[in-house]
Design a protein around this ligand. Structure first.
Ligand code: BTN
Length: 235
């Protein structure tokens, strides 16, 4: 495992996309600030005092989407003291607010070349822009204490490498952590499936980490993608 640090960069995900060929499996890239931080669905990730990093995975990538839940499982363990939950498959929530986002990207040519796991954790940010205020929080807002980002990162690196090795040996083990801290249980959501919008109630997760949703058209199994909580659950 190697860690490359930047004071400022466009995006740690973009850096790994550009340089993956010459870098080793499990290279971590960390930045204090990103000028073009990326979020999911083409959104921007604007940082203040966040922990921003990406992990390059080049081996054992036959099921790339597994890495959303694998890194989520690592983060749930490391942030355990804050009582975190996973909003399947990409957000970590604390007290019903988002504290961390995950952006999974891949490069595929004739075959899958690599998976890039981007993570942004709101660590010491104190105030959020108006539109995010009711939806987002930071570790500092929760504890009233400034968090040592270096320490947090080194714990995440250590636990992730361990989880990655376990995953190679026992593919479903990491899902236990996800199941035990499952934010969407019994909540009503909407989502796009086969280019159509569906509404339904979350029933749980299958043994592969897919989301099971009961809809008017029957049980739908989602293996990746964005889900939106129905309004009454948005706090
Ligand atoms: C989301 O919730 O939309 C995902 C946000 C992911 C942000 C992180 S910050 C580090 C890495 N580099 C990026 O450009 N994005 C991810």
């Amino acid at each position: 495992m190697k860690v490359i640090k930047f004071k400022e960069i466009n995006s740690t995900n973009a850096y790994l996309k550009d340089n993956y060929k010459s870098l080793d499996n499990l290279t971590f890239v960390v930045a204090e600030h990103q000028t073009e931080g990326r979020g999911r669905l083409g959104r921007c990730w604007v940082d203040q005092d966040d922990l921003l990093f990406s992990i390059l995975v080049k081996e054992n990538i036959d099921k790339p989407t597994d890495y959303s839940l694998l890194i989520a499982s690592t983060l749930l363990k490391v942030l355990n003291a804050y009582k975190p939950q996973i909003k399947w498959p990409n957000d970590i929530m604390i007290n019903n607010k988002k504290v961390c986002g995950i952006l999974l990207e891949g490069i595929t040519k004739e075959k899958q070349e690599c998976v890039i796991i981007g993570v942004g954790i709101n660590v010491n940010t104190e105030s959020f822009p108006e539109d995010l205020r009711i939806k987002a929080t930071s570790l500092k807002n929760i504890t009233n204490n400034k968090i040592d980002k270096e320490e947090l990162l080194s714990e995440i690196c250590k636990v992730f490498v361990n989880d990655y090795n376990d995953y190679i040996e026992n593919k479903s083990d990491y899902l236990k952590q996800i199941r035990e801290n499952f934010y969407l249980a019994n909540k009503e959501i909407s989502f796009i499936y086969n280019q159509k919008e569906f509404f339904g109630k979350v029933k749980g997760m299958d043994v592969f980490g897919n989301l099971l949703v009961e809809t008017n058209d029957g049980l739908i199994t989602l293996n990746s993608g964005e889900v939106t909580l129905n309004k009454e659950y948005e706090k």
